[in-house]
Each structure stands twice: as structure tokens, then as C-alpha cells.
Design a protein around this ligand. Structure first.
Ligand code: GLA
Length: 721
């Protein structure tokens, strides 16, 4: 991609071009859109061509002729919010520095990327803004953030600072969003841009299941396979606002940052503020290519640690199997059965800490309930290890129950606005993670548990949106810092635990997928995709999630039927055929499986062990959208294109249907592939053009022999000969 900037005549930074890579040349000045306009506000006397209302910019300032969304809102001691951040200097260097305390994409070698820092200065305020850009050498990715440094003597208040601003010269785009709610996260919504502001946002304290911090702009005719698309992603887990401001001249301004409504930062003399990072991915060959760029970036240069490059253990989680009603005997019986089936990791979910028998108590009291677990987590984890399995534990460190020792000792530690009613979510309240003392105390409790036991995996949950946020640890004029400092507190606890326990695999979770965002992936390489484990719903949720996030990040489990969220019956084969396309595991009581089911489950586990390397590290393609069809299909191709696996799903069985074919992608057109279950061998070009036949001819088109019914699925495995 090319991203072309210019120092404008008034020394602000102009945006000249963003898109497919074009030839470099000495000057692109002719792309500066200067034209005589009658009634605009202009910068230079006797010149009606240079109006900030029309000039494409990188860091637009408010209230000085540009009437669109601005990148900064900075209140000064005299009450003014006019700023003039003008070019002072720039520096270009290899590599990409980290952002202290914040998640960010990174490089392992300075040759992987080049960074540009542009320093802008407001001379009156003696304050600088550094715009930070990194462009990757072999990925069509631009990372951007901004830092403001007050070098003057005024006490400033920062009400907004964008991470990213991009002015596009036209607005002929469809916007793709991932919207939803609890148990129906990240459904794909597509709508044309229209004049005015269209935005996605969170004011929930987490990034939310309602609007994922991602959107894309694609041309009307762009498909998964071809055409232009821009993807935007915000590497942050708290309140955000991502907007496209379409003016009445058919231009589109993209603006991404922390949500200003819950943000106000006292920028005292000689202090600074760094925004989170936003990412731009460019594709000239469709939305699959855009997603693939995000997938490899997030898998390789956002996720960290040992687990980044390793296939994920097949786990069993006891949540839907027992909920909070268990004891050590039950857990060990389940674990033994799971072990016999080939499962590698046992995850003990909510309910293991003192007094936790329902959701009204105990959050904050992170010590084992001896009534359920007489030898604590130490004893249980040792016994599970003795069975030949790894042990994992669920925690929810950011929360507190009123009925807890922690609350009785530290009632002021929960976020609550003085003299106002306090709303609960699932009977629980939010700890003040903007206060380092609170974070430190919780860390100490968790470290006691982790040190005492053999823990290989941790599921870190966060089960409510935040409300009535106010911190008693902060002064009244610092309350606008609290939401952001809360998230910094979460990040700091992750960092502390990761550096102390580098071998632990973390999975993030927030009532299912309410914090499935790139910020979290920097700490936890996988996330629980949704509390909805119904296979039919999961097809949509995982399909939508794949717009941005790699399969290796998607927690996906087989659960029992009738499904606990929808009471729907789906075949065991389909439940696995959906869950394979993620990290894979089971979330049920294995003692309830019939002998026949156990045999099937063993085969499923053996299958996943064989193919997880391909699934979790191959190239993923969406083929057929469940949002548009009765069917869904996707596939993963190995990096050498010699092997591929296609997941095909059909919701409702229909009578006398069309003959089914799916055109595959990403194969080598000159290689011949065998297809497991079919007795012919075909070239890749045939499979990508004529297609793979999905109709089962032996079943007969009148369905008489076709007993598989609704929610049918099949996997097709291709091997190059
Ligand atoms: C949330 C999670 C579930 C489970 C429960 C436990 O809903 O998403 O997977 O861990 O909490 O309370």
C-alpha cells in the first residue's frame, strides 16, 4: 500500500493518497485539492483555495475552518479549545517501538517495518503532538497512534485525542461492521455510507459484544475474492468511538480513538498522554485477503509468548457440565473420562472459590472452597496432572460481590458514584482497577493460588458492563481518567502475571465474547468466542469473527444437546465440525455420553490432533456466508497449499434442492488433489473454478434416503498427490 502525506502551506499535515501501492516520485503536490470556493472559511488572506473544510488532513483541529470531526479537543486555562499543531520535525527509523503500558503490534526484527514520527507543535501552549506511523515491509498494514506532551506551564485538559484520522477523497463505500449482543456476537452487517456521521462505539467499559472495535470500507462491487477494501481495527479493550464522517462534498473522514464522552485527562505541566494504537489494513483483492492480513498480523505480531506459535491443547471445561455444582470427586471423574477420550487439559470454571455456589457471592475471595475441594486447587491440580492431563483455572479478577470478605474489608474498592444508586450486573460489582493498590492486592491473591498449584491455562473472565463509574482513589477532577486507567490496570495485571508465569496459556472472556479485541490478544492469544455453544449459531458467530480474528484465537467447544442457550438439537458431528475451526474443546459432562458417543468423541479428538496445525496456522477463506444463505462454507489451506480442509454446513434440509457446488480458493491450480470420501482426483483449478460438489448423489434428490436432516455438515479434506 501507499500512504502519502504532505506538509501543508499552513504547516499542518495533509493526506494526499491512501490505497494500492503506486510509484514513488519527487512530488505529489498536484494531489493537494486546491480550488476556489465561494463561501468557505479560508486560512490565508486573499486566497480562497486553501480551506481546511476541504483539505484532506492527518490531524484535523477543531473550530478553525474544518467543521468535521476533529482529532483533538484540548481545553486551555483561558477556556479556549483552539489549537495549532504545526509541523516541527520528523524522523524515520527502522523497526517499531512499543507503547508503554499499552498493547500494540510489534516487530521481531527492525527490517520488518519502518516507523515515522512527525512532531507537531503548538507554540503558544508549548505542547507537542507526535504522530506515530509504522508501515510493515511485507504486510499491507499501517499502525498509527499519537502522543501529546505538555512542555509548557499551563494546566491543560485533554478531552479527546484520536489514535487515527484518515480523510478519503470519496465516500462510495459500503461499511462492514460486526455487531451483536451477548450470545450473538459479531454478526456481519453491511450498509452503504451516507452523508453524516456513522459510528460504532462502546460506553460499556469493555470493547463489547455490541460493536467490535473493527470496521471495513469496501467498494460496492468488492467481494470476498476481489476488489478494494480498507479494514480498521482498534487495539484497545475499553470505551471507543470509531466514526466515518461523510461530508456533503462526498469525502469520508475516518476517526478512531478512545470514546471522548467518558474521557478527560488532566495534562499537567510536563506530562504526556499516549493513545492506543489503531490499524489500517489495505486489500486490493477482496475481503478474504483483508482478513488474512489481520489474521497473520494478530497471530504473529500481536499475540506473544510461547503459545503464539504452538497448537492449542484440546480442553474440557466443566461449566456447562456442572455449573457451580461440583466437588472434587465429580471433577476427577470427569477428568478421568476426558483423559480416556484423549483430552489434554481440564479447565475448572466458576465456582471453585470460597462460598461460590451461585452468582450472588464470593467474587474477590480468590482462595479455594475447602467444602468442594478439600485439598484446594493445589491438590486438585496435582491429581489432574497425575491423570496425565494439564490443569486450567477460571478467574474473574476485576469483580467483587457484596457478599465477600473482600467487600467487607474494602468496601471503597468498588467503582461507585457517591450518593447515587449503584446498578449491579449478574449481582456483581466492578473493582476499581484504576487504583494500583487494588490491582496489587488481587494480583497477590491470584499469585498465592497460582504458586500453590500446577496451572497451565487460565480463563480470565469479565462478566458485566461497567456503570456509575467513579473512583474514590481519584480526585474529583481526575474522574475522566478512570475508564482508561481501569483498562491500563487490567493490562498491567496481565503483564505481571505473564512475566511471572510465562508458560500459562491465557484465554480472555467477557460474558462470552464481549472483550474479543486486539488489545486482549496481546496478552491472551485466545478468547472465548461466545457463551452461545449452539452449533448453528456458532457458525454465524465464528464466521463473523473471522473477518478480523484468526482461528487460533477463537475458543470453540462442543457442548451437550439440547443446547443450553437455545434448547436446539444439532448432530454431534456438526457440533465438532464447527468447533474444529478454532481452538477446540468440550464443554459438557463426559459421564453423560453414551458409549457410541464416546467412540465418536475419541475420533473427533484424534482428528483435531491431526489437523489442528493446519487449522490454527493455515490460511483461512470464507466461501459462503451463513448471513446470506441456508448454507455456510469456509476452508483452511496449508501454507504449502498441499493440504486443505473445507467445512460445509447446511442449516435447514430442503426438498428437491439445486445441485450443490462450492468454488474453493487458495489452492495451487497446477496441483492434483484427492478428496477424502470421493473416488476421483482433480486439479486445483477445477476445484477453484468448476467447484467442489457438495450434493450427496447417493442420498437421492427426493430426500427419501437422505436422513441427515437439519444442521447437516461435512468436512472435505484435500491432499495434493
Ligand atoms: C461467563 C463465561 C462462561 C462461564 C461463566 C461463569 O458467562 O462466558 O463461559 O465462565 O461466566 O460464571
Amino acid at each position: 500500500m501507499s500512504y502519502i502525506l504532505k506538509i501543508l502551506p499552513n504547516r499542518q499535515i495533509g493526506q494526499l493518497y491512501t490505497g494500492k501501492r503506486i510509484h514513488d516520485q519527487d512530488s505529489f503536490d498536484h494531489l493537494l485539492e486546491l480550488v476556489q470556493r465561494g463561501m468557505s472559511v479560508n486560512v490565508f488572506e486573499n486566497d480562497r483555495t486553501f480551506s481546511l473544510e476541504h483539505i484532506k488532513q492527518e490531524f484535523p483541529a477543531p473550530l478553525q475552518g474544518d467543521m468535521r470531526t476533529a482529532s483533538i479537543d484540548l481545553e486551555q486555562e483561558n477556556g479556549s479549545r483552539i489549537v495549532q499543531f504545526l509541523y516541527e520535525s520528523h524522523e524515520i527509523f527502522p523497526g517499531k517501538p512499543g507503547l508503554t503500558g499499552l498493547p500494540a503490534t510489534y516487530v521481531e526484527n527492525d527490517k520488518e517495518a519502518t516507523t515515522l514520527h512527525i512532531t507537531l507543535k503548538d507554540a503558544l501552549l508549548e505542547t507537542k503532538v507526535i504522530l506515530k506511523y509504522t508501515i510493515y515491509e511485507h504486510r499491507p498494514v499501517l499502525a498509527r497512534s499519537a502522543e501529546i506532551i505538555n512542555e509548557g506551564s499551563q494546566h491543560l485538559t485533554l478531552h479527546a485525542l484520536s489514535s487515527f484520522n484518515l480523510d478519503l477523497p470519496d465516500a462510495q463505500y459500503d461499511m462492514i461492521e460486526l455487531t451483536g449482543a451477548w450470545a450473538r456476537e459479531r454478526n456481519i452487517k453491511i450498509h452503504p455510507l451516507h452523508e453524516g456521521i456513522q459510528s460504532i462505539y462502546s460506553l460499556r467499559g469493555h470493547s463489547s459484544s455490541n460493536f467490535n472495535p473493527f470496521f471495513a470500507l469496501k467498494r460496492k462491487h468488492t467481494t470476498e475474492e476481489q476488489g478494494e477494501a480498507f479494514g480498521f481495527s482498534f487495539v484497545y479493550s475499553g470505551n471507543f468511538l470509531a466514526a466515518v464522517d461523510v461530508d456533503t462534498y462526498n469525502t469520508a473522514r475516518i476517526n478512531i480513538g478512545i470514546h471522548p464522552f467518558t474521557f478527560s485527562w488532566p495534562l499537567k505541566e510536563h506530562t504526556s498522554f499516549q493513545t492506543p494504537e489503531a490499524l489500517l489494513v489495505y486489500s486490493s483483492s477482496g475481503t478474504n485477503a483483508m482478513s488474512q492480513t489481520f489474521h497473520s498480523l494478530f497471530r504473529e505480531r500481536l499475540a506473544r509468548g510461547w503459545w503464539r506459535d504452538h497448537v492449542r491443547p484440546i480442553l474440557i471445561n466443566n461449566w456447562e457440565g456442572t455449573y457451580m455444582d461440583f466437588d472434587e470427586k465429580t471433577i476427577l471423574e470427569m477428568a478421568q473420562q476426558a483423559k480416556d477420550l484423549g483430552i489434554e487439559l481440564f479447565v475448572l470454571d466458576d465456582g471453585w472459590y470460597e462460598g461460590r455456589n451461585d452468582d450472588t457471592s464470593s467474587l474477590g475471595d480468590w482462595f479455594p472452597d475447602r467444602a468442594k475441594l478439600p485439598e484446594g486447587i493445589a491438590g486438585l491440580s496435582r491429581k489432574i496432572e497425575q491423570l496425565g492431563m494439564k490443569f486450567g483455572l477460571w478467574i474473574e479478577p476485576e469483580m467483587i460481590s457484596r457478599n465477600s470478605k473482600l467487600f467487607r474489608q474494602h468496601p471503597q474498592w468498588m467503582l461507585q458514584t457517591p450518593h447515587r444508586p449503584l446498578s449491579h450486573g449478574r449481582n456483581q460489582y466492578v473493582l476499581d482497577f484504576s487504583d494500583p493498590d487494588v490491582v496489587d492486592h488481587i494480583a497477590g491473591m491470584l499469585e498465592n493460588v497460582f504458586d500453590s498449584a500446577k496451572i497451565s491455562y487460565v480463563k480470565w473472565d469479565m462478566n458485566r458492563a461497567m456503570s456509575e463509574v467513579y473512583s474514590s482513589a481519584h480526585h474529583s477532577n481526575e474522574q475522566g481518567m478512570v475508564y482508561h486507567q481501569y483498562i491500563l490496570g487490567v493490562y498491567s495485571l496481565y503483564e505481571r502475571l505473564l512475566s511471572r508465569y510465562p508458560d500459562i496459556l491465557f484465554e480472555s472472556c467477557a460474558s462470552g465474547g464481549a472483550r474479543f479485541d486486539p488489545g486482549m490478544l496481546y496478552y491472551a492469544p485466545q478468547a472465548w468466542t461466545s457463551d452461545d455453544t449452539d452449533a448453528a449459531e456458532r457458525i454465524k458467530i465464528q464466521y463473523g469473527t473471522s473477518m478480523v480474528y484468526p482461528l487460533s484465537s477463537m475458543g470453540s467447544h462442543v457442548s451437550a444437546i439440547p443446547n443450553h442457550q437455545l434448547y436446539r438439537y444439532t448432530p454431534l458431528s456438526t457440533r465438532a465440525n464447527v468447533a474444529y475451526f478454532g481452538t477446540f474443546g468440550y464443554e459438557l459432562d463426559p459421564r453423560q455420553l453414551t458409549e457410541e458417543e464416546k467412540k465418536t468423541v475419541s475420533r473427533q479428538i484424534a482428528f483435531m490432533k491431526k489437523y489442528r496445525d493446519l487449522i490454527q496456522f493455515g490460511t483461512f477463506y470464507r466461501l459462503l456466508s451463513p448471513f446470506d444463505h441456508n448454507e455456510c462454507a469456509w476452508m483452511v489451506v496449508s501454507n504449502d497449499k498441499k493440504r486443505a480442509i473445507i467445512g460445509y454446513y447446511r442449516m435447514m434440509q430442503r426438498v428437491n434442492e439445486r445441485f450443490g457446488r462450492i468454488r474453493l480458493q487458495g489452492l495451487d491450480e497446477n496441483l492434483k488433489y484427492s478428496i477424502q470420501g470421493k473416488n476421483y482426483i482433480v486439479y486445483g483449478d477445477e476445484l477453484m473454478n468448476a467447484g467442489l460438489i457438495t450434493t450427496d448423489a447417493s442420498a437421492g434428490e427426493d430426500n427419501k434416503k437422505f436422513k441427515e436432516g437439519d444442521y447437516l455438515s461435512r468436512l472435505y479434506i484435500l491432499d495434493a498427490q
